[in-house]
Design a binder for this molecule. Structure first.
Ligand code: SAM
Length: 261
């Protein structure tokens, strides 16, 4: 009975996450900017700078529907290529870069594809859009140089399965990076942040996106997500080495990293 109950709860979570992201897809960018005061852009910049992208790399951005992380990686790769072109080093950079953007929700992928179109990147072969589940990736073992997941792992049903899949698809020497809303432990700031999350965010969701419950879900999912140290130990348990994390804005978000050796 307990196992059956667990399955129902898991199915409910899967459906809830699907509904939430279908519902917020159109207002996603605006709400991200409003809720974070635009800071999510800097956090994503930091994530990509820690990745150290390079021309020819094979990269997987999971839960990457909007393309936000993928576009940054591509920009970095292209600027390295431009510099290399000036230095006539291009011969060494001929291998094709591939950035796979994998997301379970086709509506979120459509947001990303539209944004690629607006940026003139619709026909760019480096970007590959894939509908798929973080827990059962449709990629071969040891094929990726890098794996990123931004504001996504909190939503998967079994975090351990997603981490095991990240480990499986990475090559030796490949880097895992996860940007996620995390836990603030600084007194006073924590109280202010709690007030902001529980009162302001759902109200903002209702006012701007006409959707209070999706933003209520967002706040609750942050509370349920494991704290920084616990999540770091889960990454190590998946087989990653040199596991570290960096808190940004006192732990409002954290970037965890690990290396497959
Ligand atoms: N990475 C993007 C960003 O930072 O703007 C989007 C983050 S959005 C908060 C979370 C994304 O996770 C949604 O697009 C959702 O569809 C996706 N997602 C949820 N569960 C997933 C799963 N099991 N596998 C892949 N993507 C998933």
């Amino acid at each position: 009975i307990v196992a059956g109950f667990k399955e129902v709860r898991e199915e409910e979570k899967r459906q809830l996450v699907g509904n939430v992201f279908s519902s917020v897809a159109s207002s996603y960018d605006l709400m991200n900017d409003l809720m974070s005061g635009g800071l999510h852009r800097l956090w994503k910049d930091r994530l990509v700078s820690m990745l150290n992208p390079f021309p020819g790399m094979k990269h997987l951005d999971v839960a990457g529907g909007t393309g936000d992380v993928a576009f940054r990686i591509l920009e970095t790769v292209n600027s390295i290529k431009r510099r290399a072109l000036q230095d006539v080093l291009l011969d060494e950079l001929q291998e094709e870069t591939r950035i796979y953007i994998c997301d379970i929700n086709p509506n979120m992928l459509n947001v990303g594809k539209e944004r690629a179109l607006e940026r003139g990147l619709a026909g760019d072969k480096s970007l590959v859009w894939v509908e798929g589940d973080a827990e059962a990736l449709c990629f071969e073992d040891r094929t990726m140089d890098g794996y990123t997941i931004a504001f996504g792992i909190r939503n998967v049903t079994h975090i351990e399965k997603a981490l095991a899949e990240a480990y499986r698809v990475l090559k030796r020497g490949g880097r895992f990076l996860c940007l996620e809303l995390s836990h603030v432990e600084i007194p006073v700031f924590k109280e202010l942040y709690d007030y902001y999350s529980f009162s302001v965010i759902p109200a903002m969701g209702e006012l701007v996106a006409g959707d209070r419950s999706s933003y209520q879900y967002l706040v609750e999912s942050i509370r349920r997500f494991p704290p920084q140290e616990k999540f770091a130990s889960m990454i190590a348990d998946a087989g990653f080495q040199k596991v570290e994390y960096e808190n940004l804005v006192g732990g409002v978000v954290a970037i965890h990293s690990g290396l497959k050796i």
